[in-house]
Write a protein that binds this ligand. Structure first.
Ligand SMILES: [Zn+2]
Length: 246
């Protein structure tokens, strides 16, 4: 069990989203006492998400989740992509970005504005992950300026620290349980149909003994030589195979 664990991360949580499935997931988490990470978009302007129904008292719900010891993470600021990475982003994933390529001042402002919304709603946030996994060096500097040094993204099987940022790796889009390592899921409820919920429910039931909470994932940070070698090999394999897994 020492280095085996699955952290449940939900992306794209916002006032407008598929609440029908979110409610079902909340019930599932209650049933099995699971503490997921919910990545909240503080000021959602993404038109795709805005087409979903809006839940009143959104922040009251977030506070309720917080009181159940769910980890409330900041997932970008507006979720609007306004730059293209051309694979020059920190993890070389490519694709569009909300943060990559912007000046450090712009990035600090986005993060500060986002944090202000959390603070105004009495939520303290310690961890961030960017829309579309896309960062540049400025993103990490901006996060640190704003007092955040934890990110759920990156390659590897063991959480690690780099540039004074604690990284909890996130590898696959699909629900895969590896025989070794600390893994993070990436759940996009808004793309789900009922059959995806059933699959997720089965995954949870099958892997229940391995599901960990955010603090447990953080406690696995290991910068030993062995972990570094392991994470680097995973990185090299996935950099070429990521297309297949995603
Ligand atoms: Zn997102």
């Amino acid at each position: 069990m020492k280095n085996k664990g699955i952290l449940i991360r939900f992306d794209d949580i916002a006032e407008n989203m598929n609440w029908h499935l979110m409610d079902k997931c909340e019930y599932l988490f209650e049933k099995y006492n699971i503490k997921p990470v919910v990545g909240i978009i503080p000021c959602n302007r993404d038109s795709e998400l805005l087409s979903y129904p809006k839940r009143k008292n959104f922040w009251e719900i977030v506070r309720k989740w917080k009181s159940k010891n769910w980890e409330i993470a900041m997932h970008g600021y507006t979720h609007i992509y306004d730059s293209t990475t051309n694979k020059k982003d920190y993890f070389n994933y490519g694709g569009k970005s909300e943060f990559f390529g912007h000046s450090i001042n712009d990035q600090v402002n986005k993060i500060k504005e986002g944090l202000k919304i959390f603070n105004d709603n009495q939520i303290k946030v310690r961890v961030f992950f960017a829309p579309n996994h896309t960062y540049d060096q400025n993103t990490f500097e901006a996060l640190k300026i704003c007092g955040i040094n934890q990110v759920i993204d990156g390659y590897g099987l063991i959480p690690y620290e780099e540039n004074n940022i604690k990284f909890i790796p996130q590898l696959f889009y699909k629900l895969i349980a590896l025989p070794y390592g600390i893994q993070t899921t990436q759940i996009h409820l808004n793309y789900w149909r009922e059959k995806h919920f059933s699959k997720f429910e089965n995954f949870i039931e099958k892997n229940l003994s391995r599901i960990i909470n955010y603090d447990q994932a953080l406690s696995k940070i290991n910068n030993s030589f062995y972990s570094k070698i392991l994470n680097t090999s995973v990185k090299n394999i996935l950099k070429t195979k990521r297309v297949l897994f995603n």
